[in-house]
Design a protein around this ligand. Structure first.
Ligand code: SAJ
Length: 406
């Protein structure tokens, strides 16, 4: 489908959790944006002024910019002045980054590139990806060598607060040369209020991986502490609150593991490229993965004990499926993983609760009040806000992995 528009300021390749909000936000600042997605369902949905993902305020924003024609969407790119690659980078079996989506999105825009255009990668990528894409572009279009601007600018927005953070967060922008950095900064300054920090492409790529690895390492410390505390008979949440009273200590919160498509994935891009050096990063990833298995083990073990002591199988409520509180996103969710392990490894009747989702194809979801009432064993997996209002019934066995009862 050709989009009938005189002049396009920028094409955003990929209309997922980051691409769509960024394209819509840039469009709301008066730029003419073409969003491209290979999924026709996504394109049709957005063209109707609707959205296919859940993110606060996004629906209204997309409707507004589609109505004003600042945002058009299509399955194909068109000629523009700037191109942004905002597609997923999952990992392969061996934890190596799979940059095939970045590569195919780049190949899609190559025929449209012309002198003075800007090409930016936002997708989380292993170090040197931007240089590799530059080489790919020049191989196909040698006449454009040193005639277009190529940069890397990682997204940093927090799911659930994307629109605000798109505007206000600082950004790190690294070109393959200083001119590319300058050109990219000029573009982002049209819609970002945060400070735009310039660097080179490799540092910008590593900066994104470092940010998420740093958070992963810090959460691993909290998760490790929580397992030590359980052995020692200490309330981990009280301990962390007290330790954080020290002016230079700031420990994060333990949970049932680390999920989502970023923090549970990106550190592996460092580990797989630098296996000798990335010891703490690797160990932290393993600790956070292990925490989910540890939680599942605790629930299964509690069910067995209940059966031995009472002579009947317990009813277990698994409270929460999402990868973090107050969202509906189940990607890489430790709570979902734990629930599936409890379902397959215990004989208990398992009640599955996720208040942010009304229907799920695999799980028969139950409302949280009913599940709490019916359960003998309650496993708090995700700290969703409504859970904090459930009054504790002392006759139940509660396993609190996310601090609901702290
Ligand atoms: N978690 C804990 N304890 C905590 C904080 C988080 O167990 O104290 C868990 C959450 O429950 C969740 C996981 O960690 O399972 C990740 O959640 P998160 O809120 O820390 O981060 P994400 O994955 O939603 O978003 C992150 C952000 N990165 C950083 O904060 C460094 C965001 O800014 C990035 O843009 C995003 O990754 C991304 O797209 O890379």
């Amino acid at each position: 489908m050709m989009v009938n528009q005189k002049h396009i300021d920028a094409v955003f390749m990929g209309l997922g959790y980051i691409g769509l909000p960024t394209a819509a936000f840039a469009a709301s600042k008066g730029l003419n944006i073409l969003g491209v997605d290979i999924n026709p369902f996504v394109v049709e949905t957005i063209n109707r002024g609707e959205i296919h993902i859940v993110e606060p305020c996004l629906k209204e924003l997309v409707k507004q910019v589609v109505d004003s024609c600042n945002l058009k969407v299509s399955v194909k790119p068109q000629t523009a002045n700037a191109y942004f690659i905002v597609v997923p980078t999952p990992f392969k079996q061996n934890h190596r980054a799979d940059i095939s989506y970045v590569e195919s999105a780049t190949r899609m825009v190559v025929p449209y590139l012309k002198e003075d255009d800007l090409f930016v990668i936002e997708s989380t990528s292993p170090v040197t990806t931007t240089e590799k894409m530059a080489a790919l572009i020049w191989k196909e279009r040698p006449e454009l060598k040193d005639k277009i601007y190529i940069a890397y600018c990682p997204e940093r927005v927090l799911p659930g607060n994307v629109i605000y953070e798109l505007e206000h967060n600082d950004r790190v922008i690294g070109g393959i040369n200083p001119e590319s950095t300058r050109k990219a900064i000029e573009f982002y300054s049209k819609f970002v209020k945060g400070t735009l920090h310039s660097t080179n492409a490799r540092t910008a790529e590593m900066c994104k991986l470092t940010e998420n690895s740093s958070r992963d390492v810090q959460i691993a410390f909290a998760n490790e502490l929580s397992m030590i505390c359980e052995k020692a008979g200490i309330n981990a949440w009280e301990l962390i609150t007290l330790a954080n009273k020290h002016p230079r200590v700031n420990i994060l919160q333990p949970g049932c593991g680390v999920g989502g498509h970023c923090i549970a994935v990106d550190p592996w891009f460092i580990v797989s490229d630098f296996p000798e050096q990335a010891q703490i990063i690797k160990r932290s990833r393993e600790t956070n993965d292990y925490k989910a298995d540890w939680c599942a083990g605790r629930i299964i073990e509690t069910c067995r004990r209940f059966e031995t002591e009472t002579g009947r199988e317990p009813v277990v409520a698994c409270m929460g499926l999402a990868f973090k509180p107050d969202i509906d996103d189940l990607r890489e969710s430790p709570a979902k993983y734990i629930t599936s392990r409890v379902l397959s490894e215990s004989n208990a009747e398992v009640l599955v609760v996720e208040p942010n989702i009304s229907h799920h194809t695999t799980y028969n979801l139950m409302d949280f009040h009913t599940a709490y009432q019916k359960a003998d064993v309650v496993a708090w997996l995700v700290g969703h806000k409504p859970f904090y209002n459930i009054q504790q019934d002392k006759s139940k066995i509660e396993l609190d992995f996310c601090g609901i009862r702290k």
